[in-house]
Structure formats: C-alpha cells, structure tokens
Design a protein around this ligand. Structure first.
Ligand code: ADP
Ligand code: MG
Length: 273
C-alpha cells in the first residue's frame, strides 16, 4: 500500500540535505528486525561507482538481509538507502518521502542486479531466453534486440555455445554464469552477489569467480557477499566485516584481511582460513 509518509524514524538528516554527489550506493543508519530479532543494527556503508565491496562475516550476521534491503526485497525499519541518488522504496518531494507503488519499486529494482547462491534460472527456458526475458518484460525491449544482447552477454560469460540449452543440461557453474548474464541484461548500476559460489562443487568455483573478476576489472560496481577470502583480497577495493548485524570493521583488503584490528574479525578469519 503506497501512501504519504515521512522518512522512516531515525533516518537522520532529511534527504533534501543529502549531498547531490554521494556514493553510488549509500546506506545510512539502517535498521531491520524480524520480530524481536534485530538483524541490522545501524549499518552505514558507501559504495563508490566502479568499486568492488566484499562483505564477509559469520552465518546469521545479516549479510543477505543487507543485500536484500538494497533492492527492496526487504523493507527497512529505520535509516535510508539510496542508489544513484534515488531513495530506495521512496520518492522525494521536498523534505518528504512518499512510499513508492509496487510498479515503481519494480522500476527501481531494474537498476540493481542480484545474483543468488541458488541460480534461480527459469527451468523451462533456454539460456538465451533466460537472459533475454527481463529486458523484454521489464523494459519492453523487442525480442530480436533482447536476444542479440543476450547472445553478447552469454559470450561475455563464456557460454556463447550454450544459448539453446536448458538449465538442467548445464553444470552449476554454467548455470551461475547464465544467472550473471541475466543480471547484466538490465544494465544495472550495481550488481549484488550473495555467496555466488557457495552452492557449487569446488572445481566449478573458479570459472564463476573468473567472470566476476572480469566484471570488476571492467569497472562494474559490485557488492559481493563471499567466504572466498583470497578472492576478496584479489578483487575488492573495500572489505567489510559484519557480525551480529553491525559492520565491525571495513577498509582495504590489506588492512581488514591481513591486519584486522577487531578481535571478532580475527577470530572469523582464523576459522575460515
Ligand atoms: P547471513 O546472510 O549473514 O547468514 P541473514 O541476513 O540471512 O544472515 O540472516 C540474519 C538473521 O536474520 C538470521 O538470524 C536469520 O535467521 C534471520 N532472518 C533472515 N531472514 C529472515 C526472515 N525473513 N524472517 C525471520 N528471520 C530472518
Ligand atoms: Mg546469507
């Protein structure tokens, strides 16, 4: 239900006061509870355009929930999230924020790509159709144009020869690469990855990481939740360590991964290494 609302409580400065040139993704004082369980306890994070942010932390620390708030798969209880200056879930009018209608949320969401642990491809569609579907539906791109672009994207992820194949005929690594191509098809401003290699057999992990690495090198803005520490060190500009709903530590990989300051970061890294 959309209606007129002021900014969520505790959201800090009115959005009209926000600097015109912020990060591509700005997360400010975000809180989120499920019932009595506070899962995000005041998250502040800024992602610059073209930057890669790796989010690490123990299971249950709120990493997935944080990603899901960025594309409004979860609503937030307090704080503010903007992507490229737009307030997620709201429209600005002076100092007021008006809740967006569902179709407007969908439009906002097209600018934010997401790749999940479980690839979530459409089983009854070919790889090509999986990639071409969203631009056709969400943006009304004509079929031929959407398919031409889909072929380019399949080539980008090394699957040009699999266009006519169905997901069940692909390995997990190939399915995840199709999922990445599908996320790219909407030309997102930022691409969110939630443990993209966690569901894969070990020998299939590298082919997916290689694709993500190439996106990073091409300057795509990425936020990646991962347990692959060496990958995070290699690809990330910023490493964020989360624990119990808070960002405990963040900085360049050389600091957070090699010289962690916080005992909880140290304990976590010792466990996963
Ligand atoms: P992570 O991705 O770091 O493992 P999550 O964000 O998935 O953590 O979950 C953080 C906490 O929130 C966990 O305790 C989880 O059980 C809980 N949680 C996540 N989603 C829901 C939900 N939809 N309803 C209730 N609890 C949830
Ligand atoms: Mg998770």
């Amino acid at each position: 239900a959309a209606g007129t609302a002021t900014a969520p409580e505790g959201s800090g400065p009115a959005p009209a006061d926000a600097p015109a040139r912020g990060g591509l993704v700005e997360i400010r004082a975000v809180r989120k509870s499920f019932g009595d369980l506070e899962v995000l306890r005041g998250i502040d994070l800024r992602v610059e355009p073209g930057e890669v942010t790796a989010v690490l932390g123990p299971s249950g620390s709120g990493k997935s929930t944080l990603l899901r708030t960025i594309n409004h798969l979860e609503t937030i209880d307090a704080g503010l999230i903007t992507v490229d200056g737009e307030v997620i879930g709201y429209r600005r009018e002076g100092n007021l924020l008006h809740e967006l209608h569902e179709h407007e949320v969908l439009r906002q969401r097209t600018a934010i790509g997401m790749v999940f642990q479980s690839f979530n491809l459409f089983a009854h569609m070919t790889a090509l159709a999986n990639v071409a579907e969203a631009p056709r539906r969400a943006l009304g791109v004509p079929r031929r144009q959407a398919e031409a672009r889909a072929r380019e994207l399949l080539e980008l992820v090394g699957l040009a020869d699999k266009a006519a194949v169905y997901p069940r005929q692909l390995s997990g690594g190939q399915q995840q690469r199709v999922a990445i191509a599908r996320a790219l098809a909407l030309r997102p401003k930022v691409l969110l990855f939630d443990e993209p290699t966690s569901a894969l057999d070990p020998e299939l992990v590298e082919e997916v990481l290689a694709v993500i690495r190439s996106l990073a090198r091409a300057g795509t803005t990425l936020v990646i939740v991962t347990h692959e520490i060496s990958f995070a060190r290699d690809v990330a500009d910023t490493v964020v360590f989360m624990d119990q709903g808070q960002i405990v530590e963040q900085g360049p990989p050389g600091e957070v991964l090699d010289a962690p300051r916080h005992p909880r970061t140290r304990a976590f890294l010792q466990r996963v290494r």
